[in-house]
Design a protein around this ligand. Structure first.
Ligand code: C2E
Ligand code: MG
Ligand code: MG
Length: 751
């Protein structure tokens, strides 16, 4: 109640001055007015009015002094309206100048004109000077030597006579300090109220959370923003401690800092931490805590400024996540894998345990991506990521290494047997059909495996060796896994070296063809032969087709190379016929790039014609996926080939798309069952079933069925039992040079 206090102090001040009766009654009246005033304006107005009434002044005006600008503004006046009816208060100007410096009431009526504009009255305008309409007093209102206001009284008492009225002057003189004290305290209280209100509205409007927290961590105050941030009402927050709303992991750090504050080691600190909202969700904040002390230096409470930085944190986390994860599959990316693998090998070393790295590459992914589109490729990769993740333990690492490559790290493995089981399982989950663009597709994978510390000493070696072993798995006909062993090393030539040397291979006559027989499964008679490309380079040695054919396809080199194969095979065919050997089918592989080549039909026709080969003795092998790529065009080109009288075969059947409907539209003669199915016969029931199904399906379409990669009598027996027509494989003959093949053919014909 600052107003009451100021009135009471004013009364005390008055008691100190011994006044005569008129003064006493004025002074008592002023105090009553001040005590009853609603606010200081009303109080001052009442005072001006009371003095006017008691001393019979016709007018009283109070100006307030603005110390900063040195200007005066009207605080109040009596009567409220001028006699002329205007409400515009007069400008005080020079008339108050004599009173500016002193403490005494100054009589105005008798002042000379130059005194009215006296110097030493700062900031007073000299035009529009207030001149009393009638003589009167100007009373300076001071408090503790500070000039607060002037009150001018005029027009009540007649001229010079009034000046001599000592009682009037004395009463005014006594009223000055009382009014001064009242005004001073009222203004101070007003100022306090004002700044408290300003502070309160600042706190409540603040965009940051602000709290006062006591020594024990209990909230003493929380602004609306903080409440909103945390989802608590202020009342709820005031019942809680900082610890109770802190994220458990962050409690210790916060406690540590607050302890330092408590001990006085520091006066403030900043940190980023998490709070828990009322709904239990965490929120990241930037926290600044500073101690608030009393004048004696005792700690009153801590002021906390809390800024919501969850958006920034989220962005940071996202950046971190994106930097370490693959956006498509959400698996750790290559960079992350490298880190994880380093940790895993380190921990394996420490614990003396063993880990396995599986390097997985999807077979023919590039073809699917090119033929069905990148979106389809994305769907496939995502699906594979999910399948791999699901078929492994949660402690195993699955990462996307790039393109269609995945890397799996199995920790604490016992040995090859256990890893083989996992690899087999992964191959089988990869092979499960999936639907893309309402088409049923199927992919296979090739897996290279390296065990640490057995065949990979450190994280880098184990990864590199697994990669190398993967190439060997590709070479071995895809859809299989291979363990790395030092002897494999010689087989992996770098892709760049291959490309460089491949460009000159034709000119340097580094290619040759080997021939592998196809035999009737019932009679063992040679019915056909497949021409298989061989490359022997001085620098690289013998490079396997699994390694260089993809490079030739990517670079387009397959077009001239394929043309060479076609011509050489036809030439060979003619040569054997001339040598008196029986006529057999010459089978030549065609790649997708060749199918897209506009010169293909002309090339085939020329190869046949130039060497006088009957078209029905040539069979072109295309993989399923080659045909499904741009199926419309493929069907057209295949029809044109067919029109030449040349036979067509689908190679590696079962590993691409198994779309029977599309197969029906194709003008094909032969189906070659992929050797990955034959390999596990008769051990794997699933492979047996697939092979059986392919044979049955092919029969319905009146196709010749050839089984690839037949290596054992058991496989042959199984195929025979299921009425497969022909077989090709090491069991009968490996691919051999032309002379050897001629010999084989001669012997077979003699039988
Ligand atoms: P492909 O057309 O499926 O050829 C059969 C592959 O299986 C040959 O591998 C052959 O050596 C191998 N093979 C045959 N019998 C067995 C067996 O009993 N066991 C095992 N493990 N493998 C057997 P190669 O010669 O390494 O050729 C690999 C692939 O390279 C071929 O697969 C074919 O897609 C491609 N290729 C070879 N020559 C040419 C060519 O002149 N042009 C094109 N475009 N591609 C070619
Ligand atoms: Mg082939
Ligand atoms: Mg094949």
């Amino acid at each position: 109640m600052p107003r009451r206090r100021s009135a009471r102090s004013a009364a005390t001040a008055a008691r100190r001055v011994d006044l005569g009766t008129p003064q006493r009654s004025l002074e008592r009246r002023l105090i009553r007015i001040f005590l009853g005033a609603e606010d200081y304006l009303q109080g001052i107005h009442g005072a001006v009015r009371a003095i006017c009434e008691q001393q019979r002044w016709s007018r009283g005006i109070c100006w307030c002094v603005d110390e900063v600008s040195g200007t005066l503004t009207v605080l109040t006046r009596w009567p409220t309206r001028d006699s002329n009816g205007t409400g515009t208060p007069p400008t005080p100007a020079g008339a108050v100048a004599p009173a500016w410096l002193g403490e005494e009431p100054v009589w105005i009526g008798a002042l000379a004109a130059d005194e009215l504009n006296a110097p030493g009255s700062p900031g007073l305008p000299d035009s529009n000077a207030w001149r009393p309409a009638a003589p009167g007093f100007v009373l300076p209102i001071r408090s503790a030597s500070r000039l607060l206001a002037f009150i001018a009284f005029e027009g009540g008492i007649e001229g010079a006579a009034a000046r001599r009225v000592a009682g009037v002057c004395n009463a005014l003189r006594a009223a000055g300090p009382i009014i001064g004290l009242y005004l001073h305290q009222a203004l101070a209280a007003e100022h306090m109220r004002d700044s408290a209100q300003r502070l309160a509205s600042t706190l409540s409007l603040a965009a940051v959370g602000i709290a006062h927290v006591d020594d024990s961590g209990r909230f003493l105050y929380a602004n609306p923003r903080l409440c909103q941030m945390l989802g608590y009402s202020e009342a709820e927050l005031l019942r809680l401690t900082v610890k109770q709303i802190s994220y458990p992991d962050d409690v210790d750090v916060t406690d540590g800092m607050r302890d330092k504050l408590r001990r006085g080691d520091i006066d403030s600190f900043k940190m980023e931490k998490r709070y828990l909202r009322k709904d239990g969700s965490p929120i990241w904040v930037a926290l600044t805590v500073a101690v608030r002390r009393d004048s004696a230096g005792r700690r009153l409470y801590d002021v906390s400024i809390v800024e919501d930085v969850s958006a920034r944190k989220l962005a940071e986390e996202q950046v971190q996540y994106l930097a370490t994860h693959d956006g498509l599959t959400n698996l750790p990316n290559r960079a992350m894998l490298v880190q994880l693998l380093a940790l895993a090998t380190e921990s394996a070393k420490r614990r003396g345990s063993r880990l396995a790295v599986l390097f997985i590459d999807l077979d023919r992914f590039k073809i699917i991506n090119d033929s069905l589109g990148h979106d389809a490729g994305d769907v496939l990769l995502r699906e594979m990521a999910v399948r791999f993740r699901e078929c492994l333990r949660s402690s195993d690492i699955v990462a996307r290494f790039g393109g269609d490559e995945f890397v799996v790290v199995l920790q604490d493995v016992s040995g090859q047997a256990q890893v083989s089981t996992v690899a087999r399982h992964m191959l089988s989950v990869a092979m499960r059909p999936l639907e893309i663009n309402r088409q049923e597709c199927r992919v296979t994978a090739s897996i290279g495996i390296c065990l640490h510390p057995d065949t990979g000493q450190d994280d880098q070696a184990v990864l590199k060796n697994a990669d190398l072993a993967m190439y060997v798995a590709k070479e071995e006909g895809k859809n299989n896994y291979q363990f790395y062993s030092p002897s494999l090393r010689a087989r992996g030539a770098g892709r760049l070296a291959i490309e460089t040397h491949l460009r000159q291979a034709l000119d340097r006559k580094e290619f040759s063809l080997h021939y592998q027989a196809k035999v009737n499964i019932e009679t063992d008679a040679i019915t056909g032969v497949e021409a298989l490309l061989r490359w022997n380079n001085v620098a690289l040695g013998t490079v396997s087709p699994a390694q260089f054919i993809p490079v030739a396809e990517e670079t387009g080199l397959i077009i001239p190379i394929g043309r060479w194969v076609l011509r050489t095979a036809c030439e060979q065919s003619a040569q054997w016929l001339r040598a008196g050997l029986p006529a057999i089918r010459m089978c030549v592989n065609l790649s997708m790039r060749q199918l897209q080549d506009d010169g293909l039909i002309a090339d085939i026709a020329a190869a046949l014609e130039d060497h006088g080969v009957r078209p029905e003795l040539l069979e072109l092998e295309l993989t399923e996926s080659t045909i499904m790529h741009n199926a419309e065009r493929a069907v057209r080109v295949l029809r044109e080939i067919k029109a030449l009288g040349v036979r067509l075969a689908i190679d590696d059947f079962g590993t691409g798309y198994s779309s029977l409907a599309q197969l029906k539209r194709l003008p094909i003669d032969t189906l070659k069952v992929d050797r990955s199915f034959i390999r596990e016969i008769p051990r794997e029931a699933e492979d047996r079933a697939i092979t059986e199904a392919i044979i049955a399906m092919g029969k319905t379409l009146s196709l010749t069925i050839v089984a690839e990669g037949v290596e054992t009598p058991q496989q042959k027996a199984f195929l025979r039992q299921h009425a497969c027509d022909e077989m090709q494989g090491y069991y009968f003959s490996t691919p051999i040079p032309p002379d050897e093949f001629a010999e084989l053919l001669r012997r077979s014909a003699a039988r």
